[in-house]
Write a protein that binds this ligand. Structure first.
Ligand code: NAG
Length: 157
């Protein structure tokens, strides 16, 4: 079977591309075309999305008209901005969702959070989808990755 050995680099390359695609995560422009602004329903925007560890949020706005603060649930509810040194203010603020759990973001410009410029999301670990119904039928990225490796090994050797 020596003639098959040239397929190994191809299989590894395919596996590498597959893994890179899984590891990169999704990128979400908060508010899509509207961006990060007042009088927008960010809960409606987030409602049908499932955020996973490794995904990225991008807050787009015209600086300094708005800004972004990561806050806790209390500050989110009451629209309390933390100290200004915690502010993101580039107008193109990228936040990688590094750990599972709840996240809250508000605009710290006076009155904007009260005008709806606030976003609450839940970040899920890739291994534990939100509902058991989904878990029963879906595969995690890593399961797909290892299944693909196994498949490539089988067809290669
Ligand atoms: C939530 O954040 C606010 C504002 O930064 C802070 O004053 C408060 O202590 C925090 N609450 C908790 C429970 O961490």
């Amino acid at each position: 079977m020596a003639s098959n050995y040239h397929q190994v680099p191809v299989a590894l390359a395919v596996a590498a591309v597959l893994f890179a695609t899984i590891a990169m995560g999704a990128e979400y422009i908060v508010g899509d075309d509207e961006g990060w602004t007042i009088n927008f329903d960010y809960q409606a925007w987030a409602k049908d999305k499932v955020f996973h560890v490794g995904d990225k949020l991008v807050f787009k706005y015209t600086a300094p008209d708005h800004n972004v603060f990561k806050v806790n649930g209390t500050a989110f509810k009451d629209c309390i901005a933390p100290p200004s040194n915690e502010r993101l203010s580039s107008g193109n603020d990228e936040i990688v969702l590094a750990t599972p759990g709840n996240r809250w973001y508000i605009c710290g410009v006076s009155g904007h959070c009260d005008a709806g410029q606030k976003l609450a999301i839940t970040v899920w670990d890739p291994q534990t989808p939100p509902s058991s119904a989904v878990r029963g039928i879906s595969f995690s990225g890593y399961q797909v990755f290892f299944a693909a490796i196994a498949f490539l090994v089988i067809i290669t050797v």
